[in-house]
Design a protein around this ligand. Structure first.
Ligand code: SF4
Length: 369
């Protein structure tokens, strides 16, 4: 039976469907995007730098400086709470990459593939994915490696992890070679968990899971399966029927171009903020007041201002000293406030309106979701 799927299944979309079919529907059928998450952005940034490291045709590898420059260039800013959190993660990533480089640069070997993207059919179901690294062993067999940037994984997970089984299935089918080894490489601790290829039984279990997921999606079976652990972080809660939402029809589908532009602007602004903080810190450390790029220069300045916690006392003092008038200055916002102040006479307000004209300056306020 041909399957009707919104897109080929991947390890993450199958897991999402298993977590909650309704959530899968919101994301893949109704195409309502989830909020960006900083941990995905962080993983993507580090993976992208490692892809650069292994993209050479032959040793030696790029220098550590080149690796870190690439990391900075490919940094993904989306999803961070604020500039401080982003700067903290950025530094963590630098430390992780530098430690990884120091450990592996001496035995550097070019992999068979980095970021190996695949698409294949499993029992008629289109399946897609991307393997972080595929190495060719001396005997011609393959070693598959998946990098992890989050928390350390339970030691037993690598033995049965469905994502690794899927990678094994795809590589053996498409590359025509046997997989000898599967591993998770936990980058923050530089620890690798390695197992031999997954059993035929695990491959069969995965195949059944792929087919049954495709059947349920094709049949439109998206009944929500709420649970504390999954609903807690679900972006679709306001729409979800379990929580009184009215489903995807309740929201206007976002204009794709507008939505992408908003994300791009938000990312640029938060990236600019984080970059500014980093440059300031470096200039402070080096004692520079001014520094140059190739097309721009920056000048470090520090705005110093007083803050008066007891404004009443300050005003009393100024009044007594006859200085009150000297600190009063008319400003446009203050005059504008008078124009809508009902205690000011109509005639004065009318004359103020004659002296000025409203000017509209278009602006966008950007804040993280
Ligand atoms: S809120 Fe819970 S039940 Fe509703 S879609 Fe999200 S995960 Fe599913």
């Amino acid at each position: 039976m041909p399957f009707s799927l919104p897109r080929p299944l991947s390890h993450s979309s199958i897991s999402l469907f298993q977590d909650c079919p309704q959530k899968y529907k919101f994301k893949y059928v109704d195409k309502i995007p989830e909020k960006p998450r900083h941990f995905f952005s962080f993983g993507q940034s580090v993976h992208s730098a490692l892809e650069f490291l292994y993209a050479v045709q032959a040793p030696p590898p790029p220098t550590l400086e080149a690796l870190l420059a690439c990391y900075q260039e490919r940094w993904v800013s989306a999803g961070y709470r604020d500039g401080d959190q982003e700067a903290q993660y950025f530094e963590d990533g630098k430390r992780i990459l530098a430690a990884y480089y120091r450990k592996h640069a001496k035995d550097f070997a070019v992999p068979l593939f980095v970021e190996y993207g695949f698409t294949l059919e499993v029992e008629g179901v289109p399946v897609t994915g991307k393997v972080d690294r595929v190495d060719a062993l001396a005997d011609g067999r393959l070693a598959i490696l998946d990098y992890k940037t989050g928390k350390a994984l339970a030691a037993s997970r690598v033995e049965r992890d469905a994502q690794l089984t899927m990678y094994q299935l795809a590589c053996e089918r498409l590359l025509g070679r046997t997989v000898a080894r599967l591993s998770f490489y936990h980058l923050p601790s530089l620890k690798e968990q390695v197992v031999e290829r997954h059993s035929t039984e695990l491959v069969e279990t995965l195949t059944k899971r792929i087919v049954s997921t495709a059947e349920r999606i094709s049949a439109g079976r998206f009944k929500p399966t709420p649970s504390e652990a999954v609903c807690r972080w679900c972006d679709y809660k306001p729409l979800c029927p379990v929580y009184g939402g009215a489903g995807a029809g309740a929201v206007e589908q976002p204009d794709q171009e507008l939505s992408e532009g908003i994300d791009e602007l938000g990312e640029l602004l938060s990236r600019a903020e984080a970059l500014k903080k980093r440059l300031l810190a470096t200039m402070e450390e080096k004692g520079y007041a001014r520094a140059f790029g190739r097309r721009f220069e920056v000048v470090r300045s520090a705005a110093r201002r007083w803050e008066f916690s007891d404004k009443k006392k300050v005003l009393e003092l100024l009044s007594k000293a006859g200085l009150y008038e000297r600190v009063l200055a008319p400003s446009a916002p203050k005059v504008e406030a008078l124009m809508s102040d009902v205690t000011v006479s109509d005639s004065v307000r009318a004359r103020l309106a004659e002296y000025g004209a409203p000017v509209t300056t278009p602006d966008l306020k950007v804040k993280p979701l």
